[in-house]
Ligand binder design. Structure first.
Ligand code: R5P
Length: 261
């Protein structure tokens, strides 16, 4: 097997290759003067199983296109099998037509990834809200892993939480709150969230009370920070002692960190 990191995930790919006792493949990627992308695979991939690591974050259209060029090229160069490791899978949130005429972007992106001979895909805490299993979208074998147990360990190590309450800021975050709570041997609850716009949400508590407790809020993504800010306001109002936040994908749109601070 050879591990190749796309331009978004070169250092992650080196770490993965290292873990697997192999070396990461090499690429040359640049732009032509007219803005088009140039990609060249410098490693020998013929007859090999190729794992491509490319997280599709921040500039999703560009990074997605790089993945498509890379996967198509390695297959064309004779790779035996192409496996995609896409830790952050962009466009998964547009998994439904919320307003008439909207693009079902999640489905379109999945089709594109399959169209370049991707045989199998791994994602991490992919945003699966209305679509509950990645097999509902992909026709190839798909595996959605979770970073939550590791994040819980990390927060516990750094923050030394005492009898923490784990909170998911919306109903869909229950899957992550449960995993983190199991790891910390504690209880969890989720809030109720209504999205009022791209950057505006309303969050309401359910049954738990965080009074005098340490709290760990967990979510898959922090984008504008609106969800976390509203959840923190509620917890402060309940008298929470210390609040920590962990997420798998800190997308952090412009202004998000300032808003959270
Ligand atoms: C949505 O339901 C996700 O799980 C996150 O809660 C959401 O994407 C966070 O977005 P924002 O930071 O913009 O509120």
């Amino acid at each position: 097997m050879i591990v190749i990191g796309g331009p978004a995930s070169e250092s992650l790919a080196s770490k993965v290759a290292n873990e697997l006792g192999t070396v990461a493949g090499k690429l040359e990627v640049r732009r032509f003067p007219d803005g088009e992308k140039y990609l060249r695979v410098l490693s020998d991939v013929e007859g090999k199983n190729v794992a491509i690591v490319q997280s599709i974050h921040h500039t999703p259209d560009e990074l997605l296109f790089e993945y498509l060029l890379l996967a198509d090229t390695v297959k064309d160069l004779g790779a035996r099998k192409v496996t995609a490791f896409i830790p952050y899978f962009a466009y998964a949130r547009q998994d439904e037509r919320f307003k008439p005429g909207e693009a079902l972007s999640f489905r379109t992106v999945s089709k594109l990834i399959e169209s370049v001979a991707t045989a199998e895909i791994y994602t991490i805490d992919m945003h699966q809200h209305r679509v509950l299993k990645s097999s509902e979208v992909f026709r190839i074998p798909s595996h959605n892993l979770s970073a939550m147990p590791l994040l819980a360990d990390h927060v516990q190590k750094l923050g030394k939480l005492h009898d923490p309450l784990v909170i998911g800021p919306d109903a869909e975050a229950e899957q992550w709150a449960k995993l983190a709570a199991e790891r910390l041997h504690t209880d969890y609850d989720v809030f109720q969230k209504t999205r009022l716009g791209d950057a505006k949400v309303e969050v309401r508590p359910r049954r738990s009370n965080a009074g005098s407790r340490d709290v760990l809020i967990v979510d898959d993504i922090i984008s504008t920070g609106g969800t976390i800010v509203e959840a923190v306001k509620i917890l402060l109002g309940q008298g929470a002692k210390r609040i920590q936040v962990a997420c798998t994908h800190p997308i952090l749109a412009p202004g998000a960190l300032e808003k959270i601070k």
